[in-house]
Write a protein that binds this ligand. Structure first.
Ligand code: EPU
Length: 340
């Protein structure tokens, strides 16, 4: 029997800590419960929003529909060979808990992705990434439920069309689906460590730790992230607010003449990726506030709720920042967070 709550505050369910309300609210704990919800026909009548950990979300209004909170937990080993293991994880698990579980077993592949907030179900949607590794490097398949029919489907890694902070789940499959589980392939031996990112090597050296040890790399990543990124429990935020922009080589060469120190990285399709944090800092926004919305003092790409900010206030700050970046560099910043 499905029972939905009404007029529920979403403050505990979004890491910006924005106090918006949902007209209806349903916490789903199993695929069967979700299928039962679908069979009531409510998703055909009400608009709906699926929430994982709410860590990549900016709410600017009350939600005049049904919020479905994903609490489908559990994981199991699906397959184990000499060098690899497949771990099937239900989408309501916390990503970081799975990183801790896997690394504690010395399974390799996601040690660089420690301390990323968010649920496992959200990982493939924006192809989460950090320190040279992306979720696409370990995702074997993604299972989802069609929210119209209730049917289960599976996509292989290739079929997910992964790209930088992008996948099929932001395009063709943006609506009407609910990711129910993600299967990861992790290494049991012959691990492929990725410690080339400057901050990781420096931190491992400081810690007197090995570049060939899963637990050491994970702990270095945790140290770097804890120092740079605010904890949403004390300072509301949703990680990087914007994506790092990708521009053409010719635009890059022009800009480089004026800003020779500008950080840049090679990207796919002959594009050059720039650091949005650097661009924002150059516009003088780092550490600045606008009402109760602020730009984090240690990482200009992270917008923060200084306490009691409304979603509108944070959105306004983000617009002022992107206007300034546009004016100074002729570069358009695109939000990474989902804005509702
Ligand atoms: N930088 C500045 N000023 C700033 C912030 C950054 O000059 O205020 C410069 C840094 O000095 C560095 C460069 O920008 O040269 C890159 O900075 P950083 O290593 O902090 O990474 P990022 O590009 O700002 C991306 C991801 C993060 C991820 C880190 C580490 C995006 C949108 N963000 O940030 O992911 O943790 O790399 O790999 O791609 C997230 O997506 O929410 C997130 C936190």
């Amino acid at each position: 029997m499905i029972s939905m709550e009404s007029n529920v505050s979403l403050k505990p369910f979004n890491t910006f800590g924005i106090d918006c309300r949902a007209k209806y609210f349903f916490e789903v704990k199993s695929v069967a419960a979700l299928q039962e919800l679908i069979s009531t026909g409510v998703l055909k009548k009400e608009k709906y929003l699926i929430l994982g950990a709410g860590s990549n979300l900016l709410l600017t209004n009350d939600f005049d529909g049904l919020v479905i909170l994903n609490s489908i937990k559990g994981y199991a080993i699906e397959n184990q060979k000499e060098e690899k293991i497949s771990l099937r994880v239900n989408s309501g698990e916390r990503w970081h808990d799975i990183v801790m579980y896997s690394t504690n077993h010395h399974w390799g592949g996601i040690e660089n992705l420690a301390l990323i907030p968010g649920s496992v179900g959200a990982a493939p949607i924006q192809n989460i990434g950090a320190y040279g590794v992306e979720a696409k490097d370990v995702i074997e398949k993604v299972e989802f439920i069609d929210l119209q029919s209730g049917n289960l489907n599976t996509l292989t890694n290739r079929e997910c069309h992964f790209n930088y902070r992008d996948s099929i789940f932001k395009h063709e499959l943006k609506k009407n689906i609910f990711i129910s589980s993600v299967t990861l392939t992790l290494t049991l031996k012959n691990h492929r460590f990725n410690t080339s990112y400057g901050a990781i090597i420096n931190t491992l050296q400081q810690m007197n730790a090995s570049t060939e040890n899963i637990l050491h790399i994970r702990d270095a990543v945790i140290k770097i992230r804890s120092e740079k990124l605010p904890d949403h429990r004390t300072l509301g935020n949703a990680g990087s607010f914007f994506k790092n922009p990708e521009i053409s080589e010719s635009q890059f060469h022009q800009l480089k003449k004026t800003y020779p120190e500008m950080p840049s990285y090679p990207a796919a399709n002959q594009l050059v990726k720039l650091s949005a944090g650097w661009l924002i800092e150059q516009c003088g926004w780092k550490g600045k506030t606008l009402g109760q919305a602020g730009v984090h003092a240690h990482q200009a790409l992270v917008l923060v709720n200084m306490g009691g900010a409304s979603g509108e206030e944070i959105l306004l700050l983000s617009k002022k920042i992107s206007d300034d970046v546009q004016k100074k560099f002729s570069i358009t910043l695109t939000p990474e967070v989902n804005i509702f």
